[in-house]
Write a protein that binds this ligand. Structure first.
Ligand code: DHB
Ligand code: FE
Length: 281
């Protein structure tokens, strides 16, 4: 009996996607090229039937505001309610947690010298709910349990890409030493390049996005050649959400990965939007 990491699901989490779903705009010219990325992901998930999702994302001011900002936070709650931090989105379904596996992860990470924040109460915002609305449209309840990990991509100083990849690899080691038989899906949300405010608002960088998409599976260490500040320069100040993808990639382990599907489309709102599904080769 051993838990199995069955794949990695990566997607942008632009809140406007929630509005498009609400209005039924999936087939309109603006949205169609983005939603086109999801049928293969849904088909794969229907077949792969994950029991637990370990989700790397960033909190957008819902749990942690600028006065208290953990670099890395791990959820250990029995359940996670959604709330809208101000986008006018519907309140989405709650997730069931997996406290035993959360505490195993937390224990293992701290032994591994990651000084994380543990959260026995935690809300999830659009960065968690939108990716699952995309993956499991219209379901009555989520078919899998959630373990959320929040990375500070919001306020200086940010963790480095190198540290985020190392965190992910430590999560991988923790999952390998877990005695359960769960089928585990790793998720990374956010990105790709975008900047929402300041003089560079609207900035996107397809060259850097392609560099990330092309290297994430086979050579994730290539993404750690930049500092967090350089990533902000390259990807935009919100494009640093690629840190969530880097950590999630680390959690898949250093095994050969196959690309099941990839989609990239500019723009969705202010974002170069992407989805990517990887599985062990
Ligand atoms: C947008 C993108 C995000 O990642 C986010 O958290 C909020 C807004 C956008 O492009 O509109
Ligand atoms: Fe975001």
């Amino acid at each position: 009996m051993m838990a199995k990491i069955i794949g990695g699901y990566f997607t942008s989490h632009v809140p406007g996607i929630g509005g498009a779903i609400m209005r039924g705009d999936q087939e309109t010219p603006y949205w169609k090229p983005f939603f086109a990325g999801f049928p293969p992901i849904r088909e794969w998930l229907a077949e792969a039937r994950p029991d637990v999702a370990v989700v790397f994302s960033n909190d957008h001011g819902l749990n942690f505001f600028l006065d208290k900002m953990p670099t890395f936070a791990v959820g250990a709650a029995p359940s996670y309610d959604n709330a809208d931090e101000g986008w006018g989105l519907p309140v989405y379904k709650s997730f069931e947690g997996h406290p035993a596996l959360s505490w195993h992860l937390i224990d293992s990470l701290v032994r591994d010298e990651f000084d994380i924040t543990t959260c026995q109460k935690m809300l999830v915002d659009h960065a968690v709910s939108i990716p699952f609305e995309l993956a499991y449209p219209g379901v009555e309840s989520w078919p899998l349990k959630l373990i959320p990990l929040a990375i500070n991509t919001v306020q200086y100083p940010l963790p480095s890409p190198k540290r985020c990849l190392a965190l992910g690899r430590a999560v991988h080691r923790a999952l390998q030493s877990w005695g359960g038989d769960e089928r585990i899906l790793i998720c990374g949300t956010g990105g790709l390049s975008h900047q929402l405010d300041g003089p560079r608002a609207g900035f996107m960088n397809p060259d850097y996005d392609m560099f990330c998409l092309d290297n994430l599976a086979a050579n994730p260490d290539a993404l750690t050649g930049h500092t967090a500040e350089q990533v902000a320069e390259l990807a935009g100040t919100q494009g640093v959400e690629i840190l969530n993808w880097i950590a999630a990639r680390g959690a898949m382990g250093d095994v050969p990965l196959a690309e099941v599907s990839r989609n990239y489309h500019i723009p969705i709102s202010n974002t170069a939007a992407a989805s990517l599904l990887l599985e062990p080769a």
